[in-house]
Design a protein around this ligand. Structure first.
Ligand code: ZN
Length: 160
C-alpha cells in the first residue's frame, strides 16, 4: 500500500464529475487500499478517489467500525435534516456547518462486486453524503452556512 498525495482546493480534479467504475479490476482494489492508507495517515474518517487525483466513483469510510470500501455509491433515499460541523482533507484548516439529510440509504458495490445496501444515520450518514458529493465535484464549502478557520484540531476537526 502507499500513501497518496491529497489534492487541495483549487485542483480541477476536485470539481470533475467522477466516472462510474465499469469493472472491479486489481487496479481498482489497489486504489481503494491506497485510499484507505491515505485516509488513516491523514487521520481522516472518509476519502473519495478525486481527492487523490482519481476521477472514479470510489470512496473509503471509517466512522469507527473499520474501513468500508464502496464502489459506485449512490444515495437512494434520504430523510430528515441535521446541521453539524464538517472539515475536508482537501481544504485543511477550514470547517463549516452544513445541513445534511439525517438518514440516508446508500447502494454500492463492495470489493467483491456484491450490491450492498447501507442504512446510515448521524455522523455515518454525514460522512457518506460528504464523500458522495466529492464524486460529483461538490465540496462542503459549497453548502456550508458558515465557514471558519480552525485554530487547532479538535473533535469537530475530523477531516474527510
Ligand atoms: Zn472532503
Amino acid at each position: 500500500m502507499a500513501v497518496l498525495q491529497i489534492r487541495q482546493l483549487g485542483d480541477p480534479v476536485l470539481r470533475r464529475q467522477a466516472a462510474p467504475v465499469e469493472k472491479i479490476t486489481k487496479r481498482v482494489l489497489k486504489t481503494l487500499k491506497n485510499m484507505e492508507e491515505t485516509m488513516y495517515a491523514a487521520d481522516g474518517v472518509g476519502l473519495a478517489a478525486p481527492q487523490v487525483g482519481i476521477s472514479e466513483r470510489l470512496i473509503v469510510v471509517d466512522y469507527g467500525e473499520g474501513p468500508l470500501h464502496l464502489i459506485n455509491p449512490e444515495i437512494v433515499s434520504a430523510s430528515g435534516k441535521t446541521i453539524d460541523s464538517e472539515g475536508c482533507l482537501s481544504i485543511p484548516g477550514v470547517s463549516g456547518y452544513v445541513e445534511r439529510a439525517a438518514e440516508v440509504v446508500v447502494n454500492a458495490l463492495d470489493t467483491k462486486g456484491r450490491v450492498r445496501r447501507i442504512e446510515a444515520e448521524g455522523m455515518f450518514a454525514r460522512i457518506l453524503q460528504h464523500e458522495i458529493d466529492h464524486l460529483d465535484g461538490v465540496l462542503f464549502i459549497d453548502k456550508a452556512t458558515s465557514i471558519s478557520r480552525e485554530e487547532a484540531e479538535d473533535s469537530a476537526g475530523k477531516q474527510r
